[in-house]
Design a protein around this ligand. Structure first.
Ligand SMILES: Cc1cc2nc3c(=O)[nH]c(=O)nc-3n(C[C@H](O)[C@H](O)[C@H](O)COP(=O)(O)OP(=O)(O)OC[C@H]3O[C@@H](n4cnc5c(N)ncnc54)[C@H](O)[C@@H]3O)c2cc1C
Length: 389
């Protein structure tokens, strides 16, 4: 959506396909990091965007055992954004879609699922898709596969990602949120268990972390045991877990960390999770995908406009974005191996001295805020506005 917005803003014709009828998916995560907010600022959308309901967190903390641990202070970041914003992704996407529609060349096709690439003369020249009125073909000088970690275009085009492994999956559910929960942490860890808690109005979107493939065993132990387990991790939910009435209220999300060796072939480019699937660790995946979109638009708008886009242009996108993706995935894999896997194996979480130092020395909390909030190689919009909104 972001790439569609940027290319339409630069005066190009762009069709964005979305297989669902709306953006009401829970799995997407809600974290809008300062890197993304700064992009919104560069696009002149910051103030209007933040008129949508959201939570702005300028400091973040988690609870380890019974101990609150402060891990990030966003208040001193360079750039306009000095906080992490929590906003359901459907609101973010609806906002971008509304803004993009103001540009003549933007064509958002909901309920239209890309099925395969079309090749001609050794290059990709479009996609086959299924829309509300049946199957169709869309021809384009460039197809961008931004269809997520289970990318069908990646599979059909014969691209196989390298799997870096992930020790966990996430069981996603909603639990009631009361006014007095304003200062609740974003996550809780106890021996053997972890719970992520994302505030959304009158409920928390919660992620109950299980060992990879462990959800079946959790289900086999029964819904009551599952609810008790949640109450053990987060006592604030005592008496509130009845909101989970059946397993239908709990969605399993599998976590993958993988990446493509090559992100492109003539006429086809992969970005976001389709090129490098991110774990939920750090809540950075959405933001990395946005950064990919900004870099792609910066590098490809001119060759697309001149009709001279070639594989070397696509290679430039990979060269620019591969390093940030690799560094971020390396940190995620480190956290998987050194924090998440031991906790899920039942070890009592013990914050080491670096974490305790971080908690005590406020100045140090600026470092993780910068690493997570701005990321590696933050992108800036370098595109002239070609069509008036
Ligand atoms: C459990 C879990 C929690 C996470 N939490 C966070 C978080 O809090 N913050 C964060 O930043 N990241 C989080 N992530 C990572 C984040 O979800 C991804 O990195 C991010 O969504 C990638 O964005 P994307 O646009 O590349 O793909 P996606 O967000 O997956 O978007 C792909 C889109 O393409 C559509 N689509 C798929 N196939 C087709 C098709 N064939 N035709 C048409 N449309 C199609 C999908 O419906 C979807 O709208 C989490 C990941 C997991 C697994």
């Amino acid at each position: 959506m972001m790439l569609g917005y940027l290319l339409a803003r630069a005066g190009l014709d762009v069709a964005v396909l979305e297989k669902h009828p709306d953006f009401l998916r829970d799995f997407r995560g809600d974290t809008v990091h300062p890197s993304t907010l700064n992009v919104m600022d560069e696009l002149g959308l910051y103030d209007e965007f933040l008129q949508r309901p959201h939570y702005a967190l300028d400091r973040i903390f988690g609870v380890v055992g019974d101990e609150p641990i402060h891990i990030g202070d966003f208040r001193h970041l360079p750039g306009r954004a000095k906080c992490l914003v929590i906003m359901p992704q459907w609101d973010f996407l609806d906002f971008l879609a509304d803004k993009a529609r103001a540009f003549g060349g933007f064509d958002l096709r909901m309920r239209t699922e890309a099925l395969d690439v079309i090749r001609d003369g050794g290059r990709v020249v479009g996609v086959k898709a299924r829309g509300p009125d049946g199957e169709l073909e869309i021809r384009a000088p460039l197809v961008v596969g931004a269809d997520g970690r289970h990318s069908i275009l990646r599979e059909k085009a014969g691209f196989v990602p390298e799997d870096l492994g992930a020790p966990m999956d996430v069981m996603w559910l909603r639990l009631p949120r009361n006014p007095e929960d304003e200062a609740a942490p974003l996550g809780r860890l106890v021996a053997g268990k972890m719970l992520v808690m994302i505030p959304r109005g009158d409920y928390f979107q919660c992620g109950y972390i299980v060992r990879k493939g462990g959800a079946q065993a959790v289900e086999a132990a029964g819904l009551e045991a599952f609810k008790r387990s949640i109450e053990e991790i987060a006592p604030l939910f005592r008496g509130r877990t009845d909101a989970v009435r059946s397993w239908d209220d709990v969605k399993l999300l599998t976590v993958a960390v993988d990446r493509l060796k090559t992100w492109f072939e003539p006429g086809l480019l992969f970005i976001g999770d389709a090129a490098h699937a991110m774990s939920p660790v750090g809540g950075v995946g959405i933001n990395l995908a946005i950064q990919d979109a900004v870099a792609t638009a910066n590098l490809l708008a001119a060759p697309l406009r001149s009709g001279r886009l070639d594989a070397a242009d696509l290679a430039r996108v990979q060269r620019r974005r591969e390093w940030p993706a690799k560094v971020t995935q390396a940190v995620q894999v480190f956290v998987h191996e050194h924090v998440i896997a031991p906790v899920l194996a039942g070890e009592p979480p013990r914050p080491g001295w670096p974490v305790r130092l971080l908690d005590r020395v406020e100045l140090l909390q600026r470092l993780p805020a910068r690493a997570v909030g701005l990321g590696v190689r933050p992108e800036h919009v370098h595109l002239p506005l070609a069509r008036a909104a």
